[in-house]
Design a protein around this ligand. Structure first.
Ligand code: HEM
Ligand code: NAG
Ligand code: NAG
Ligand code: NAG
Length: 331
């Protein structure tokens, strides 16, 4: 080979490696303007569908936000949580789903229909991206921060009941266990504390905390980290043989507003779930709670960063996924 030929050979090799690098880095990454050419107005189409549903029922907000979290923690943000099966074997059939309000699923189905009804957008936007945008919209609708959502996720084809086990945090988890589970998804302690602030809106079934008010550590007593007056209040709302469908506010003060009051509550022993209160009881996270309680800008900034990181968990690109025509079924 002449000097000239080997130069061309090496240059071509470098060019190919470079192109491969570019294409994999683009495929592996999400972009806020992913739909700029295919469906440029997707964000406003989703927003108005979500707004419409929110005006009909407030539950739209907490149920959609929680659905996004559950989707991302189980097999990544791929809308696998929305898949249904005739034989009842998908993620949403796991008993934990009892607490996933149907309105969250309905929000995505409606927003998808709105997107598909716009010429050019039909079957161009993934259900996973629609869920990520809807989660952003409900946060803003309840008074929280708004932010640009990274897009370009594909929808997964697999959803199993079993994959939910060991992938979602339980309200009885210790802080160490929570830290471990969030870290396995690339989320650090600040992200954990910030994302837990989502419990500033929404509802919890009595069973999620009844041990704390009636049978703490299998003894007939109240969890000592609970504010006593608050414990008595939630005992009133959740008497011993309460209807299992009964739910109560997660934030006893401003439950319909996405604010930093969640952190002020847990400073006072008014964290409804044991996992909420643990953020203040444990010294490792207490200073973060104190910061978010005193500075809502700091909370909002950290929350947006953490939501963006959450939205990158286990995303599917290329042959790993598809754009579902019907969010509830694989193509
Ligand atoms: C840190 C670990 C977490 C635990 C242990 C946890 C646990 C729970 C539990 C037990 C409920 C009550 C469910 C029910 O009975 O209906 C709940 C509700 C909720 N969670 Fe979490 N969660 C955690 C983190 C998150 C995160 C990261 C988000 C979102 C970013 C989130 C958003 C919500 C919302 C919005 C609700 C209210 C749902 C509704 O009203 O329909 N949670 N969570
Ligand atoms: C349930 O249905 C899915 C297809 O919808 C199938 O792949 C799976 O094997 C079925 N599981 C059982 C336990 O029948
Ligand atoms: C609150 O947090 C923001 C953002 O981190 C920061 O810029 C600001 O200085 C803080 N405010 C106070 C009063 O500490
Ligand atoms: C919304 C939903 O799919 N709910 C189901 C959750 O799981 C229980 C049984 O574990 C079903 O009865 C619900 O229909």
């Amino acid at each position: 080979m002449s000097y000239h030929h080997s130069f061309i050979f090496i240059a071509t090799l470098f060019l190919l490696l470079f192109l491969q690098f570019i294409s994999t880095s683009c495929n592996a990454q999400l972009h806020v303007d992913h739909y700029i050419n295919t469906c440029p107005h997707v964000a406003s189409i989703v927003r108005s569908a979500v707004e419409k549903k929110f005006q009909h029922t407030f539950v739209t907000a907490p149920s959609t936000l929680r659905l996004f979290f559950h989707d991302c923690f189980v097999r990544g943000c791929d809308a696998s949580v929305i898949l249904v099966s005739r034989n009842g074997t998908t993620e949403k059939d796991n008993p934990i789903n009892l607490s996933l309000a149907g309105d969250g699923f309905d929000t995505v189905i409606r927003a998808k229909a709105a997107v598909d009804s716009v010429a050019g957008c039909t079957n161009k936007v993934s259900c996973a991206d629609i869920l990520a945008m809807a989660a952003r919209d409900v946060i803003a609708l309840t008074g929280g921060p708004s932010y640009a959502v990274e897009l370009g996720r594909l929808d997964g084809r697999i959803s199993t009941k079993a994959s939910v086990n060991n992938h979602l945090p339980h309200p009885q988890f210790t802080l160490s266990k929570l830290i471990q589970m969030f870290a396995s998804h690339g989320l650090n302690l600040v992200d954990l504390v910030a994302l837990s602030g989502a419990h500033t809106i929404g509802f919890s079934h009595c069973s999620q905390f009844s041990k704390r008010i009636y049978n703490f550590r299998s003894r007939n007593r109240i969890d000592p980290t609970l504010n006593l007056a608050y414990a008595k209040q939630i005992q009133q709302e959740c008497p011993k043989n309460v209807d299992p469908r009964m739910v109560i506010d997660m934030d006893p003060v401003t439950n319909n507003v996405f604010d930093n009051n969640y952190y002020k509550n847990i400073q006072q022993g008014k964290g409804l779930l044991s996992s909420d209160q643990a953020l203040f009881t444990d010294r490792r996270s207490r200073s973060i709670v104190n910061l978010f309680a005193s500075n809502s800008t700091a909370f909002e900034k950290s929350f947006v960063i953490a939501m963006t990181k959450l939205g990158r968990v286990g995303i599917k690109t290329g042959k790993q996924g598809e754009i579902r025509r019907d969010c509830a079924m694989v193509n």
